[in-house]
Design a binder for this molecule. Structure first.
Ligand code: NAD
Length: 538
């Protein structure tokens, strides 16, 4: 132990609190600085469980956990990993959204690196102030599109912090290699600009070449200081997210979870759904409600997965039709953006979604419109008439925006729907049967992707890696899960499921020659050996 005495008790990475043994207390000058009882970590975890369970307010729980992270990192992860289904919503969505909104008001200890655009030309210097010299994973946001909450400026830091906690808690990426970053280019949120406690730059957002140059400088600085680092872009507005990914994806190890992780998790749900309907991906036709970034991202990954199964890309894309606010995306429409054009079908314009369902006869509908209730009774009944097992995925978040509820999908399809949603729904009882709706949560994909990239020291993150990950997630769904309609692994088993997914992705990385680490005989063994465990070390 490099630190001793009082200093050791205030080093979050080394601190064990009341778990320091008597011998350690003697050796490190801790005698008298702790109450005499020595507690095992299990009792420390139980104590935190009790404390948190007794709090009525989720933001308070978030703060208690955040303070614990600053005091005793091992115990923080032991608590999270002991019950991920309970703690994930507290350290990440939905609670983290409120934490970002109130960032300046609840600010305690800084965590991560803030890179203001006013420091242009010096980003490498600022980054090198971070104490860890071997950073392998950066999650970075510019705070412009935080969850569904919009522009939260520097308050967006809660997102990289929370997301990285999930990389560790759900897939074992060791926390000391992780770095949360905010690129502060200003905010257009007037309420924040007028709030005396706002902690970011008080200026309107910088756009255009100046913005792009700033992002370039950040990427170069990160690459220079941490050559093995993967950069994950998070919660950028579409206008920046898409070009940033396009600019760097073939140059460095990088991905955007909002685009690629979302597509991966939707594809995972489809692979598991096909286990229920016993059919092939290339036999499916999908109709998306929504033609934005989520819809086109998912549609493209499904198309790529169809190509993997031997289909031509044009045919594959034509099996993924989109329907937006102006109707079906057809070739004759003149209002389509470049990223939408590949999915425009050769068809007359159709103005209502139910008519599009009847005309295109999809096997699955995927809702990414942000508009609730558009999968109405007519739509679900039409799907149930066309298909023995209609796939119904209302993916818009939060729950209040979901295109339908689980209960509606099951009831209107007489229990035949294969259902998953973006936000969670409780189990549904229909005709004496219990259905367990799955949640297409990106957490099934990104932590495992991070672990695979970390363990293999991958040079790139490719779309193919997301297809491999999606298949691996679907493999983790048991026959018992499928029997209740559940098409994602239960969140209680997230670590086990993620390590399996990471192993599959790591094998693919080695096979494709994208690894910098030497290929071991036992790739699963490598993943497990590199995975973080929340245990105190000597
Ligand atoms: P977006 O704003 O880019 O796209 C929304 C699309 O919906 C647009 O094409 C718009 O034309 C269309 N639309 C709006 N109103 C409509 C209407 N009345 N009828 C038909 N189409 C309509 O948004 P996005 O980033 O693509 O996200 C869409 C939704 O997907 C969000 O609710 C988001 O929460 C959800 N999402 C879920 C996950 C997940 O669960 N894993 C991940 C990402 C996004």
């Amino acid at each position: 132990m490099p630190a001793k005495g009082y200093e050791l008790l205030h080093d979050a990475r080394l601190n064990k609190g009341t778990a320091f043994t008597e011998a350690e207390r003697r050796a490190y000058g801790l005698e008298g600085l702790l109450p005499p009882a020595v507690l095992p970590i299990e009792l420390q975890v139980a104590r935190r469980h009790d404390e948190i369970a007794n709090l009525g307010d989720d933001l308070q729980k978030y703060l208690v956990l955040s303070d614990l992270q600053s005091r005793n990192e091992t115990l923080y992860y032991a608590v999270l990993m002991s019950d991920p289904a309970t703690y994930m919503p507290l350290v990440y969505t939905p609670t983290v959204g409120e934490a970002c909104q109130k960032f300046g008001h609840i600010f305690r200890e800084p965590r991560g690196v803030y890179l203001p655009i006013t420091a242009r030309g010096r980003l490498k210097e600022l980054l090198s102030n971070w104490p860890e010299k071997d950073v392998r994973f950066i999650v970075v946001t510019d705070g412009e599109r935080i969850l569904g909450l919009g522009d939260l400026g520097a308050g967006g830091m809660g997102i990289p912090v929370g997301k990285l906690a999930l990389y560790t808690a759900c897939a074992g990426v060791p926390p000391r290699f992780c770095l949360p970053i905010v690129l502060d280019v200003g905010t257009n949120n007037q309420n924040l600009l007028e709030d005396p406690l706002y902690l970011g730059l008080r200026q309107q957002r910088v756009r255009g070449d100046e913005y792009a140059g700033f992002v370039d400088e950040f990427v170069e600085a990160a690459q220079a200081l941490y050559p093995k680092c993967c950069i994950q872009w998070e919660d950028f507005a579409n206008i920046n997210a898409v070009p940033i990914l396009a600019r760097y994806r073939d140059k460095i190890c990088t991905f955007n979870d909002d685009i690629q992780g979302t597509a991966g998790v939707a594809l995972a749900g489809l692979f598991a759904a096909l286990r229920i309907s016993r059919s092939k991906l290339t036999e499916q036709r999908f109709l998306f409600l929504g033609g934005g970034s989520a819809a086109t991202g998912i549609a493209e990954l499904i198309s790529q997965a169809m190509v993997h199964e031997g289909m031509d890309i044009g045919e594959a894309r034509s099996r993924n039709a989109l329907f937006d606010i102006n109707g079906l995306l057809v070739k004759s429409r003149t209002d389509l953006a470049e990223f939408q054009k590949p999915f425009a079908v050769d068809h007359a314009l159709i103005k209502t979604f139910v008519d599009a369902v009847k005309a295109l006869r999809p096997t699955g509908i995927i809702g990414v419109s942000t508009v609730p209730k558009l999968f109405n009774q007519q739509v679900i009944e039409a799907m149930a008439e066309i298909n023995e097992r209609p796939i119904i995925f209302p993916y818009s978040n939060p729950t209040s925006r979901s295109e339908c509820t689980a209960e509606e999908a099951y009831r209107w399809s007489q229990g035949r729907a294969i259902f998953a949603s973006g936000s969670p729904f409780p189990p549904v009882e229909i005709g004496g049967r219990t259905f367990v709706p799955g949640q297409g949560n990106n957490v099934y994909i990104f932590p495992a992707m991070g672990m695979a990239v970390f363990a293999t020291e991958a040079t790139r993150v490719t779309d193919e890696m997301f297809i491999v990950a999606a298949r691996a997630v679907a493999e983790q769904v048991t026959e018992e899960n499928l029997a209740t309609g559940l098409i994602y692994p239960p969140q209680t088993r997230i670590l086990e499921a993620s390590l399996h997914v990471a192993e599959r992705v790591a094998i693919h990385i080695f096979d494709k020659g994208l690894a910098r680490a030497p290929r071991p005989k036992d790739i699963g063994g490598l993943i497990r050996a590199r995975a973080y465990r929340p245990v105190y070390t000597e």
